[in-house]
Every structure is written in structure tokens, then in C-alpha cells.
Design a protein around this ligand. Sequence first.
Ligand SMILES: NC(=O)c1ccc[n+]([C@@H]2O[C@H](COP(=O)([O-])OP(=O)(O)OC[C@H]3O[C@@H](n4cnc5c(N)ncnc54)[C@H](O)[C@@H]3O)[C@@H](O)[C@H]2O)c1
Length: 330
Amino acid sequence: MKVLVTGGAGYIGSHVSKALALAGHEPIVYDNLEMGHKWAVQWGPLVKADLADIAVLRKSLEQVEAVIHLAGYIFVGESVKAPGKYYRNNFTNSLHLLDAMVETGVKNIVFSSTAAVYGNPREIPIPEDAPKEPINPYGESKRFIEQVMEWYSSAHGMRALSLRYFNACGADPDHEIGEMHNPETHLLPLIIYASLGLRPSIQVFGTDYNTADGTCLRDYIHVTDLARAHVSGLAYLKNVGVTTACNVGTGSGHTVRELIRAVETLGGKPVPVTEGPRRGGDAETLVARATLARDLLGWQPRHSSLDEIVSTALRWHHHAIETGLHDYRA
Ligand SMILES: NC(=O)c1ccc[n+]([C@@H]2O[C@H](COP(=O)([O-])OP(=O)(O)OC[C@H]3O[C@@H](n4cnc5c(N)ncnc54)[C@H](O)[C@@H]3O)[C@@H](O)[C@H]2O)c1
């Protein structure tokens, strides 16, 4: 199947492209390279264009049978300070994409949604039918698109699967690609940067949570497992095709301190830590109920042990530094 991968030059999109190619599909990456990297596009052609460029978008859609839509902005904190930026890109541009799909007759879409649609959950692990109460414009923009896709399904016969990612991390085991956001806000790369001396320390926000060691607990999913879920998602859309949403997580979690310890153990270097008070907006625990992905998509995590996540990420960052790909600025 030829698949348009929007945001395919980014962290998750490049792993999705590789997973598609390994499964015999043909990814066509659609990315404006604002945040992504040309070197990350290795498994098919790159259309360097913005989602707002409707003419190029339509032309690209004419070549494919399905879309995996990952393009968007990802910084929760920035979305609170600049909501318009997030609604324009994550909402309005996604709407352009959905309209162009209707016009060109492309029915199937797998959409990058997020655990942020749940806000502060009342139930752990979080089931898919938990209340959707996003607490920032980032999460809300994703929730909007999930809802729009439901309406487009009844109006236009669209078949949409929203994958609600929990914490994506780790890197390709062959270290061909890996995480390289700039600025970086995600915990594991920041811990690794502290261990490598690229930043002075890792800041821990809150040590008095009601978790085993007092720090926040998250559900970490290896990016290659996450990528495979998209391939399973395409098969689901082709075979079943009922529009729905599905968590992608492991069903269990790790604390901030566990992550730091794993980087110290596997990296063989101490991680300088600065402990501080809780940060507003951080939920204590976010863990997915992960059974629907198994039942609906036949998908299960295979590479999401903490050891595999941390060791692939460490290998990737060493490789990126050695080959000059690293562009991190503290
Ligand atoms: N990283 C995570 O843990 C996580 C968790 C939940 C959801 N997500 C979602 O997954 C998706 C991918 O995340 P990522 O971590 O790979 O981010 P990323 O920034 O590495 O990738 C996003 C890509 O989209 C491209 N892009 C953005 N706006 C565009 C536009 N208007 N036109 C064309 N290209 C555009 C960027 O250049 C970039 O390559 C995002 O939609 C994000 O919201 C990520």
C-alpha cells in the first residue's frame, strides 16, 4: 500500500516509515522540515511541503491509498503560551488534510493522538472511554480532530483510527534514526543529555507524589513498538474500518527516578539531578489500559522494557554525536 506519512521526517514519523517499509508498504513522507530532519527520511520519497499548501497536498494524496497523520506541533507548555499556533497547525491544518482526503477519495487515516486528551485522569489505568478533559491547547487540538474524524466518517465514509500515544521513547535498534527534537522537552533524552554533559543536570519536578519513590510515573512505549501499531492500524482500517480510538501504551509505568537510575546503570555515568517542587499541570500517574490495542489491532509491545528503551536511546545519541547529527542546544 502507498501511504502518505505526514510528519514523516520527525521522531515518530521516521520510525513509522521504517516499519511501513519493513511490512512491504511504500511510505511517501510529507513534511515541511520545520522540526523534522532530511536524514530521517530513508524509506521513500520526501514531499517537502506544508499541510497548508493544499495544491501539493491534493497532488500527493492522489498517489496514495491511506494516510498516517503525524505532522503537528508537540510542545504542551508552548501550546499554553501560544494556543493560536497550536490550533492553526494541529487543528486547522489537519482539517485541510481531511478535506483534501475527501476530495481525492482517500478514506483511511491513522491519526497521532495523545494521552493528553484525557487531562488529569480519574481512573488508572486509563480506559479509552474515560472522560476527555484536556488541560492544554495541545491536547484539545488533538481531541477536536478525533471528533471531526468521527463526523467525517458518518458524512463522507472516512475510516479513521486515532492512536492515543503514551510516552514515546527509545530509538531504532539499528540506530538509523532516533529522537532529535529541538528544543527537547522529553524526559529520557534530557536525562541522557545530563549524563553526557550536554546540560548541567536533569530537573526533577516533585518528589512527594504518592508513587513508590515520590516522583511522577508514566507509561513509556518504545518507538518501534509504537511504529508497528500504525502498521497494524492500517490493516484494521482495511479489514474492519470502524472509526475509533485506541491507547498505545504498555499498561504499566516507571517513575522519573527509575528512568534516571536506568540511564546511570546502562550508560555507566552518574546523572546530575536537581530536585525541585511539583510543576503545575503534571498528573501524578499516567498509565494506559492497553487491552483494546491487543484486541482490536492484534498489537502488543515487544521492545518496551526499560532496559531496551534506555539502551537503544543511549546508542542512538552516541551515534548521533559521533556522526555529527546532534544539534542539541541546552
Ligand atoms: N513524542 C511523543 O511522546 C508523542 C506523544 C503523543 C503524541 N505525539 C504526536 O505524535 C506526532 C509526532 O510527534 P514527534 O515526537 O515525532 O514530533 P516531531 O516534531 O519530531 O515530528 C513532527 C513532524 O511534523 C512536521 N510538521 C509539523 N507541522 C507541519 C506542517 N504544517 N506541514 C508539514 N509538516 C509539518 C515537522 O517538521 C516534524 O517533522 C505529533 O502529532 C505529536 O503530537 C507524540
